[in-house]
Ligand binder design. Structure first.
Ligand SMILES: CC(C)(COP(=O)(O)OP(=O)(O)OC[C@H]1O[C@@H](n2cnc3c(N)ncnc32)[C@H](O)[C@@H]1OP(=O)(O)O)[C@@H](O)C(=O)NCCC(=O)NCCS
Length: 401
């Protein structure tokens, strides 16, 4: 019987943890340069190691962040990443032990939420995570994607170098604010890691409004096919577009659609309701090539998380929450206009993973009733619960971590 122990790793062990994680994704250890960039995201005390018989066998870390929830509150939330267990030590409970330790740590830090992007969709439901936002990937043929005359003209755009981007982008992102449920703050270490990529091939465009205030940016890279043996296409791969309003967003998209020597534009992680189709004279030129799960959310402290979001206008509904992994969350909650624990008979019952999917408003209660994921004890409660959890627009994260 081997001995499994989980503890925060020392700073001197960060690189070992990073190498172990990369190997679990079949990536070789980082070079000194890569590690220099990557290490900015490692926060002392938040990098956990699972040790089997004293040897590092698995790791998981979190970055201190925060998440916007419906109603405008922004809650402290750990952004979990770099999760991996050595291939010769899997399926012995190392991840389970790491998750337990991470949840306990989140509670101690006063973080009611924890979030991640999942490498595989089958891993995290058992720990109480649910898909809470989705994002889409779009492809546009630049020559045929002609902006509609009604698209806002947008303001001025300018290309900036890496040093300027390092200063301006975090400021612009802060100025934009976490205006939409699902948006998260970007820790300094996240920015250092992300912007270090600019020394390579990425291009940064900044948009400013009529008063000269920067209010949006886009990052992209160009990928070219061989012009003799392939189709010679140049694809602009857009990785991050952030804008304070639709004028800035339209201005950035106009810039991308008017780039010379660009045949295709591909953008990932875009909001499912971005009005691109409506901005084109031929809406079919915006090809949605995929809609995928984006942010996975875990309500570590269910009463605190429910108490922090606002709910729509409808009669209150009593929902029973089952949380086998953190049983202290299990119980009945009366939802709307506030959410409180109660002793009333539940009208609906959900697992805590399903509650996480409902929490930001990405999916309706009735959709999950149809999917068999919500147990209905009082059918009249479904329509009311739909109205309570509904949000004005779908949530969107927009930050890869
Ligand atoms: C995903 C990973 C971390 C799981 O670690 P682990 O130590 O094997 O997980 P555990 O032993 O604690 O497993 C807990 C349960 O989850 C299941 N599980 C874990 N990973 C799974 C996977 N990839 N697919 C299906 N089931 C999985 C286990 O079978 C186990 O089920 P059980 O409780 O019914 O027995 C590990 O497989 C890994 O490193 N994968 C490659 C890297 C990766 O994908 N990391 C995640 C990045 S988001």
């Amino acid at each position: 019987m081997s001995d499994l122990d989980v503890r925060p790793v020392a700073e001197s062990e960060f690189r070992d943890a990073n190498s172990l994680f990369l190997r679990t994704l079949h990536i070789p250890p980082a070079s000194d340069d890569q590690w220099e960039r990557s290490s900015a995201r490692y926060e002392p005390g938040r990098v956990l190691g699972a040790f089997v018989d004293g040897e590092l066998a698995g790791t998981a870390m979190a970055q201190s962040s925060s998440l916007a929830v419906p109603g405008g509150a922004v809650l402290p939330a750990g952004a979990v990443t770099n999760v991996g267990v050595r291939a010769d030590r899997t399926r012995r409970g190392a991840l389970t032990a790491l998750k337990r330790a991470q949840f306990a740590d989140a509670r101690e830090r006063g973080e009611p939420l924890t979030m991640l992007h999942a490498s595989e969709a089958v891993i995290y439901g058992r720990f109480g995570y649910g898909v809470a936002t989705r994002a889409r990937k779009v492809r546009l043929d630049r020559a045929r994607a002609v902006p509609h005359p009604d698209v806002p003209a947008g303001g001025a755009v300018r290309l900036v170098d890496a040093a300027t981007a390092e200063k301006v982008l975090p400021e612009v992102y802060r100025r934009i604010g976490l205006t939409r449920p699902g948006m998260m703050s970007r820790p300094d270490g996240w920015w250092r890691h992300r912007l270090s990529a600019l020394q390579q091939n990425a291009v940064v465009v900044v948009h400013s409004d009529d008063h000269g205030v920067d209010d949006g940016f886009a990052l992209y890279e160009a990928k070219a096919n061989d012009y003799r043996f392939d189709d010679g296409m140049i694809t602009i791969q857009v990785g991050d577009v952030q804008a304070a309003d639709t004028t800035a967003l339209a201005g950035l998209w106009r810039f991308l659609l008017e780039l010379d020597m660009a045949h295709r534009i591909e953008a990932v992680d875009r909001p499912v309701n971005e009005p691109l189709e409506w901005w084109l004279t031929d809406r079919r030129q915006c090809r949605v090539t995929g809609v995928g799960d984006d942010l996975w959310l875990r309500l570590v402290d269910v009463p605190a998380a429910l108490g922090a979001r606002s709910f729509g206008a409808a009669d209150p509904v009593v929902i029973a929450v089952r949380d086998p992994f953190l049983p202290e969350n299990s119980g009945s909650y009366r939802i709307g206009p506030e959410a409180v624990r109660c002793a009333d008979d539940p009208q609906l019952a959900v697992g805590v993973d399903v509650l996480a999917s409902l929490y930001l408003g990405d999916v309706s209660v009735s959709e999950l009733v149809a999917a068999g994921r919500v147990e209905v004890r009082d059918p009249a409660a479904v329509a009311a619960a739909d109205r309570l959890f509904a949000t004005a627009e779908p949530p969107w994260c927009g930050t890869a971590f």
